[in-house]
Design a protein around this ligand. Structure first.
Ligand code: PMP
Length: 284
């Protein structure tokens, strides 16, 4: 049975109820986090809680919990499920109002919801062969650095990939790479790892930071700079990162092979470094 946390208590997820007047439901007025858990331990919890704090501040919701309280709630939710590997979802909305009004109501208690699901290991075939992706124009708003629940544009963009039997949509704005519909994107060219600089046009991914940290630790040449669309199409290697997909090779983009069409040496090294890092940090 799946247990969730809602506004102060742990209840079976099938019994949890929120008001249809919740601004999360009416306006997508909320923020969220997805935290991977390995061997019962949350990976990079501090970074996720810091990003949650930043997203809340970005849309003007007071953080309902201290860092220690969040850490305790995450731990209790994880302990309520037997899966060693989980994804914890945390959502905070501006709360349930009495009328539908765009303007923020005063003194509304936020709605806090947390749930966990088993996190399946990445299928070996996907790691060995990579996945396919399509590209599209990034038509989202200009605060993609905030992890808000208003994800309709991301869903529509992801659906483009799904309809073509692909795993992800790689996004370009004004001819430059931003990110994926639910991931960050890395390029390898002539042995150099390329990543776009953080800005309001992309989510500052926690996994993205881990990858940049691991590249530095292992002496991998890296350039953080704007990446032109043509450079992505001419990449030797391409991969996506996210908290649930870790480091996943993209070996086909818009029906064309990326490089040789299979995961390249830098990608394979990064997957190894990543698995090693999360084992070191979570002991699993
Ligand atoms: N960009 C977007 C748009 C995302 O939704 C996500 C996470 N799902 C990411 C990047 C990756 O972020 P993280 O590594 O923190 O999961």
């Amino acid at each position: 049975m799946s247990i969730c946390y809602l506004n102060g208590g742990f209840v079976p997820r099938s019994e949890a109820r929120i008001s249809p007047m919740d601004r999360g439901f009416l306006f997508g007025d909320g923020v969220y986090e997805v935290i991977p858990v390995y061997g019962g331990r949350a990976f990079r919890l501090d970074a996720h809680l810091a990003r949650l704090e930043r997203s809340l501040a970005g849309i003007g919701i007071a953080n309902p919990h201290s860092h220690a309280e969040w850490a305790d709630l995450v731990q209790r939710l994880v302990a309520a499920h037997h899966w060693p590997t989980q994804a914890v979802y945390v959502q905070v909305t501006r709360g349930a109002d009495t009328v539908r009004n765009h303007a923020f109501p005063q003194d509304l208690p936020p709605t806090v919801f947390m749930t966990a699901d088993a996190l399946a290991p990445i299928p070996a075939e996907q790691l060995e062969r990579g996945v396919s992706a399509v590209s599209a124009a990034d038509n989202r708003w200009l605060r993609c650095d905030l992890k808000t629940t208003a994800l309709l544009a991301n869903c529509l963009l992801r659906q483009l990939a799904v309809e073509q039997g692909c795993a992800e949509t790689v996004l370009f704005r004004d001819g430059f790479l931003t990110e994926g519909s639910a991931s960050n994107i890395f390029v390898v060219k002539n042995g150099v790892l390329l990543a776009p600089p953080k800005s309001h046009l992309m989510l500052p991914g926690i996994t993205c930071d881990v990858v940049l940290e691991l590249a530095a630790r292992h002496g991998q040449a890296t350039e953080v700079r704007e990446i032109r669309e043509e450079e992505v199409h001419a990449a030797d290697e391409l991969w996506l990162t996210s908290s649930t997909k870790e480091v996943l090779p993209i070996t086909q983009l818009d029906d064309k092979p990326v490089g040789a069409g299979y995961p390249g040496p830098v990608t394979l090294a990064m997957i190894d470094w990543f698995v090693q890092a999360r084992r070191e940090e979570c002991g699993a």
